[in-house]
Design a protein around this ligand. Structure first.
Ligand code: UTP
Length: 294
């Protein structure tokens, strides 16, 4: 069965982007002129998702407004003959059905996902973390959905290979590759930030998941974990003890835009990949190299 629902949690405090995030949701900070959240929603749309749940918190209203229509602005653009801009903003408002639920207290990613339970119900659904952008030929959520569909709609954790020395920065999966497919594993466990010598693999879990509805019962039962928060990792480990969970090495380049280094990297890379900005960015880089003698 197709995966039709997705959850994008956006209730976090975004402390790494303070002071901007004092007033602007982290997800609305743009890579050039497109807010990060726009990429996540596009990924959902292009993956066949029909219903999207935003888990929000107070101060995140601009995200809802961004995906709503702005009739006043539309009228202004229409009256001033700005057709291209008009099309751009009209499309944003009609991309997908969006439902918003509130996470009243920021008790962690696991807790945020659990807030979407009344809308997701028993269905297998996708989770897309808005501060992990992936550029790929086929949207990552679609890649993972296809693996889930081929495996009885079971859970699939998106993974990517990282240098062995970097395992302590990520959640790492342990498991065994399926005979049929050297990209898909039967996952045994997820281990939070293991030291390289303790890491069972170098397969890290940026924020892409397909999860069965059974995850909600696990989320109800896990105790608070690292940092006093309800960790999605703990619930996925419980789930893997109850039913088959897969991990799949997805195709694509991932940018961790939740921190300044990843955000800068994405900005430069996205500018270089876009014909409209490529030459501008190349010139800037050349000039900077001349000035700073790198
Ligand atoms: P992060 O760990 O990146 O936290 O959350 P954050 O608050 O967004 O940013 P920093 O670390 O303070 O800079 C990963 C994802 O989980 C969501 C965040 O919005 C982000 O998309 N999240 C996290 C919630 O929705 N609720 C929470 O209680 C925690």
């Amino acid at each position: 069965m197709n995966i039709r629902k997705a959850v994008i949690p956006v209730a976090g405090k975004g402390t790494r982007f303070l002071p901007a995030t004092k007033q602007i949701p982290k997800e609305m900070i743009p890579i050039i002129n497109i807010p990060m959240i726009h990429y996540s929603v596009m990924e959902a749309v292009e993956s066949g998702i029909e219903q999207l749940v935003f888990v929000t918190s107070s101060g995140k209203e601009t995200i809802e407004n961004y995906f709503d229509r702005n009739l006043e602005l539309e009228k202004f653009l229409e009256q001033n003959g700005k057709e291209k801009e008009l099309n751009l903003i009209q499309n944003i408002g009609s991309m997908i059905e969006i439902i918003t639920v509130r996470q009243k207290e920021q008790l962690g990613l696991g807790h945020a996902i659990n807030c979407a339970k009344p809308i997701i119900g028993d269905d297998t659904f996708a989770v897309i973390l808005g501060d992990d952008l992936v550029r790929s030929k086929k949207p990552v959520t679609k890649q993972l959905s296809e693996v889930s569909i081929a495996n009885d709609n079971k859970s699939v954790i998106g993974v990517m290979e990282v240098p062995n020395l970097d395992t302590s920065k990520y959640g790492i999966v342990d498991g065994e590759f399926l005979d049929s497919d050297k990209l898909t594993l039967h996952m045994k466990a997820m281990i939070e930030k293991p030291r390289p010598e303790d890491a069972p693999t170098n397969l890290a879990t940026p924020g892409r998941y397909i999860l069965t509805g059974e995850i909600f019962d696990c989320l109800d039962r896990i105790p608070r974990g690292v940092g006093g928060e309800y960790q999605l990792t703990d619930a996925i480990n419980m789930l893997a003890g109850r039913e088959k969970v897969f991990a799949h090495i997805f195709e694509g380049d991932r940018f961790d835009t939740g921190n300044i280094e990843g955000f800068l990297n994405a900005t430069v890379e996205f500018a270089l990949r876009d014909n409209a900005t490529k030459d501008i960015m190349m010139n800037i880089i050349r000039e900077k190299i001349k000035t700073y003698g790198i």
